[in-house]
Design a protein around this ligand. Sequence first.
Ligand code: CMP
Length: 137
Amino acid sequence: MEKTLSIIKPDAVKKSVIGKIVDRFESNDLRVAAMKKVQLSEADAKAFYAVHSERPFFGELVEFMISGPVVIMVLEGDNAVAKNRDLMGATNPKEAAAGTIRADFADSIDANAVHGSDSHENAKIEIDFFFAQREIV
Ligand code: CMP
């Protein structure tokens, strides 16, 4: 079974759609193997998104990710990385296919409701960043 990391971002937490988003995963055979609600620090957000540190949007991305609590999950299932990305839709909600999480719940490319690992390798790195092994069950 493959695992991936999912973050419900501050915009979606503020809109009280945590349950609706988790339902998308559970209804599509992605099991919640770990879950916690966290207020990220600036250092957390900078470290997690370090791969984007040279991009022009890095500062806004970090500010947005610390603007309120997030819900962080490990999702498990067949082809979990690709399946999660299909369910999320395109990064920019204006380009996201109808029926995807971002089409239904996101407002902008920054406030885009969810993050999901983009590869099996990054999923492992991202899961290890947020969770101890004993928290994944
Ligand atoms: P996420 O999947 O969390 O990964 C990095 C985030 O940067 C992305 O979602 C967007 O919310 C944000 N972002 C802002 N501008 C851009 C951009 N031009 N290209 C990609 N990601 C962007």
